[in-house]
Structures are given as structure tokens and as C-alpha cells.
Write a protein that binds this ligand. Sequence first.
Ligand SMILES: [Zn+2]
Ligand SMILES: [Zn+2]
Length: 408
Amino acid sequence: MKNKKQILTFFAGIATCLSIIAVLGAANSPQSPVEPIPNLEVYYPGTEALGADEMRVTACGTGMPNARPKQAAACFLVELGNGDKFIFDIGTGSAERLSAMKIPYDYLDKVFIGHLHADHFGDLDALWVGGVLANRQRPLRVWGPNGPEKRLGTAHAVEHMKEMFAWDYASRQGNVNTVGFEVEVTEFDYKGINQIIYEENGVTIRSIPAIHALDGPVSFILEWNDLKFAFSSDTFPNTWWKEYAQNADLAIHECFITPWDLVAKQNWAVLDALNVGTQVHTSPAQFGKVMSQIKPRMAVAYHFFNDFDTLPGVMEQVRTTYSGPVSFSTDYMVWNVTKDDVRVRMAVVDDAVWPLPSITETLPADPKDKYGFSDFLTNGRQPFSDVVRQVYEDTNKQFGTDYTPPDD
Ligand SMILES: [Zn+2]
Ligand SMILES: [Zn+2]
């Protein structure tokens, strides 16, 4: 009996010790239910300071020319530790992704367009007009190549975009400040080889020719703080990329969907799939060859619909020709690049995003600029002055202002 009691006491003692160890362990754990986990495996826009030596690149469009909810068309945002930000391509649907980065629109004012396909600049109007309404109070600056003739160049495209939006612009005059409606275009020679097209604040951006669909396209190389970012936009494999994108820290190059999936998923004819998939664009196996030549610290494949049933085929093809580091990108993939590390994560975004205030004092609209209505429409107005007057009174009370409705 005595022995049994001693044995029970012994086990009870061990259990108590284990409980104490467990409690102490929990107290020291960095991942207890009430402590934040220090190393987030995702990127929440607007929550992380960028290191002074760091580059952050976010995929705001990685898809194809045809629209889909999962992937916008080509767009990559580059943010540097010195505060500078650059947009490379602004394909259809990408303006929405840019908005999710929670950056004041005054900083989203520099766009580099590789070529004038809609899937590479189709959302320029959304960034331009939407940016003004989201508080951008400085001109939009656009860099892009000329073409084999004037009407095929970037300046012509932007000039006629403004013409297309003539009603939009006229309608906003006097209702919002229109400083942000100004567009400054820098058009450069598409045949320039490693030509400097931007040099400010320690950042150098160069262009090299690209081979894609028609004369005019270019690829870009950004260098800052001993870091090198290369972006192909669209191109067939070429000698300039091979020479000037060498050893990039981050090399983003198109990698089209396989010809087989262009037939099976996109429902194209076989000959069109082969032509577009290997001659107009760079196929996954060609992408692997390109990356084997330039040996980047991190290769990034984009320009394919990245799904559970298409990715394996793309990966398999790339791996026949390249064994180095590679990210098979999709929208909201993020790369934090320093000399020591290339960290790859996904951003988790707030769908219900609002624009931040301008970094400068808010410039009000000048009502004198209003275009105005014809008498025909003015005579059809129903002002409902009683309720509008009440809205003005409530607003004045809330903001300490003293405005009166124009119809009073
Ligand atoms: Zn293209
Ligand atoms: Zn494209």
C-alpha cells in the first residue's frame, strides 16, 4: 500500500513539474495567442517601412490581354528605400491593384510603358483620371518609346488619350482641381541601346530594344543603390536583354502560357497558338533559356494565367532549360530585395480601400473654370432647395464652415 502511495505521489510530482514547464514555456513563446507574430509571412500594404537600402517590387498585373478577376494585365510597382516609386507598364485592370497598395497618388506619378499594347498601358486613363480624384496634385509623368512612324509612338497615344477624354476633362473643370490632369510625356528612341531615359535622385533607368509584334517595344533596366531591376515588358528573346540584364537582382521577363494550353484553355487554333506562343512571345522553355543566360538572383515569370492546372506545365517547361531561382508570379506577389536577401511573399489587400490625402495642401477647384450647362438643361433642373439647404447647414455645423447653396 505504502509503495503504491509513494508511486502515485511520485507521478503527481512529475505531472506538476511538467505543468510548470508548460506554463513557463508558454510565457516565453513569441507566438502565444495574445502576442504578435514578428515575421509576417504576408505583406499588408501600408504597414511596413522600407529599409534605406531596400527595394520592394509588387506585381499589380501579371496576366494576359483578356480580362479576368484573378489577374490584371502587366504592371509592376517598384518602391525604393529613398522614397521613389515607379510604375512599369499599366495594363488593363492594374489601376485597381495599385490602389490597394495604399500609397498617396502624388507618388504614383511616374509610369514607364514598354509598348503600346492595351495589356501594357490600357489602364493609363484609370490612373490618370482616377488619380486626380484620389488626390494626386501633380502632373502624371509618362515615359515610352517612339515608333516606326509618329502615330505609332507614345506621345501620339497620350495626346489622343487626352482627346478621347475631352468631355471628361471639360466636365471636371471647376469641380475638382485639375493640376493632376497635366501629363508630361518623355518619348525616346526605341532603338536606343542601354540609353539613359531617367536619372534623378540616384536612380538610373535605361531602355533596350525589345522584339515584339511590331517595331517600337522596349525593355527597361533600373539601377539604384547597387541593385538592378530588369523588366522585359513583352519581348522575344534577344541579344540586348542577354547583354544588359546580366546579373540582375530581380529580372522580370514575359513567360507566355504553353501553346498546348493556348489551344486547350484559351481555345485558339493550333497554328495561332504556336505562332503567338513561341514567335510573338517567349514560351516557358525560351524563358528558361533567357534566364540561364543572364543568371539573375531571382527570375520572375509573368504573362500567363497562373492556375492550378496551367502552372505545372509552365514550371515543367521552364525547368527543362533553367535551374536557378524563379518566382512564377501572380497578382499581389511581392519581392523585398536587398544585397543579402530576396524575400518573396504575397500581399493581402483591403478590398474596401480609400485614397490617402495628398502630400501637399489640398488645392480647391476654381468654380470660375466651370464649363456650365446650356439653358436647355438648366431649365430642367429641380433644385429641391429645402433639403439641399439642410445638407449645407448640417455640413457647416460639422466642419465649422459657412457655405450657402448656389440656388439660394
Ligand atoms: Zn504586347
Ligand atoms: Zn503583353
